[in-house]
Design a protein around this ligand. Structure first.
Ligand SMILES: [Zn+2]
Length: 302
């Protein structure tokens, strides 16, 4: 695997970074699920740097964009139910933003997965809804009504119309991008004046993630950066967004999903999951403040 040195993807050359945690990659343990979303965590990560300027944790050296594209294209997918539940949660938070938008024409979801959130937007009256997703498997799993709206590939500014979107969303994807700052600047160009960018990411400074320390599933080979509320705000404001708000998010997933990502031994975990499923309680929806945050920023009107 060829690795490249990176600067802080928010501050560039202006960031003052130091080593936060050495790499613990074991190549013999990498498999098809390493780049899938919502899989059981492997707790492997590249060397992590902490930027003292913006508070971002970022992987360096790390694989280049080309290698990542290949890995995501082939990544396996088995989390349809979780995707639907997540989309419902994101919509609940997005509702507070929709009222502020200039109109409901033009929405783009970056890292759209199986398009579950696009379905929610259509139900909320959005027209011209699109998604972009690098992995083939979730697109194949998409509902009939949204599959044609999903473009397969890595997000590229030139594939979309400038100034045409009221809402751009990006959920649990910013950690995976080679250059999240560049994506924010591109989103700014795609938005109409008054349009909003909404995103959900992990918050490495959340209580739960601090509690789990090195055992937190956020420490993952897929995550090229990890945000704190401060670094998220810094990135959005540096990209020109106004009215930036960042707040914690409560996810609702079935109990067996929380068990899957919990820092437990794999034997105990398997037993707990199958026991909870056969007893039935594993399917109960469990709302947990699991260490994620929601952020919104608006394109200024002038
Ligand atoms: Zn920085």
């Amino acid at each position: 695997m060829e690795l490249k040195e990176r600067h802080c993807p928010v501050c560039g050359l202006n960031g003052a970074s130091s080593v936060y945690s050495a790499s613990n990659i074991d190549e013999s343990r990498l498999n098809g699920y390493s780049y899938a979303s919502r899989k059981a965590p492997e707790l492997m990560h590249f060397r992590l740097m902490l930027c003292a300027t913006c508070g971002l944790l970022y992987a360096s050296p790390a694989p280049g964009a080309e290698l990542l594209q290949g890995a995501y294209e082939e990544a396996a997918y088995d989390s349809m139910q979780e995707a639907q539940l997540a989309a419902r949660t994101y919509m609940k938070y997005a509702n507070g933003v929709l009222a502020n938008l200039p109109d409901r024409q033009g929405a783009l979801d970056i890292g759209a997965g199986d398009g579950a959130f696009l379905g929610r937007l259509m139900e909320a009256g959005f027209t011209r809804v699109e998604g972009v997703e690098p992995s083939a498997a979730p697109i194949r799993a998409a509902e009939e009504r949204v599959r044609p709206l999903l473009k397969k590939g890595i997000f590229r500014e030139e594939d979309f119309q400038l100034g045409a979107y009221s809402l751009v969303s990006c959920f649990m994807t910013m950690e995976h991008l080679a250059d999240p700052g560049q994506m924010c600047r591109a989103v700014m160009k795609l938005l109409k004046p008054g349009g909003a960018f909404i995103t959900v990411t992990h918050n490495y400074q959340s209580f739960l993630n601090r509690l789990m320390g090195d055992g937190s599933p956020i420490f993952d080979i897929e995550h090229l950066q990890l945000f704190s509320p401060q670094s998220m705000r810094h990135m959005l404001e540096a990209s020109g967004f106004a009215g930036v708000k960042v707040f914690p998010l409560t996810n609702t997933y079935p109990l067996h999903y929380w068990m899957k990502i919990a820092p437990l031994g794999s034997g105990l975990k398997k037993w707990l999951i199958s026991f909870s499923k056969s007893a039935g309680f594993g399917y109960l929806p469990a709302p947990i403040r699991g260490g994620n945050m929601f952020a919104v920023g608006y394109k200024p009107n002038t």
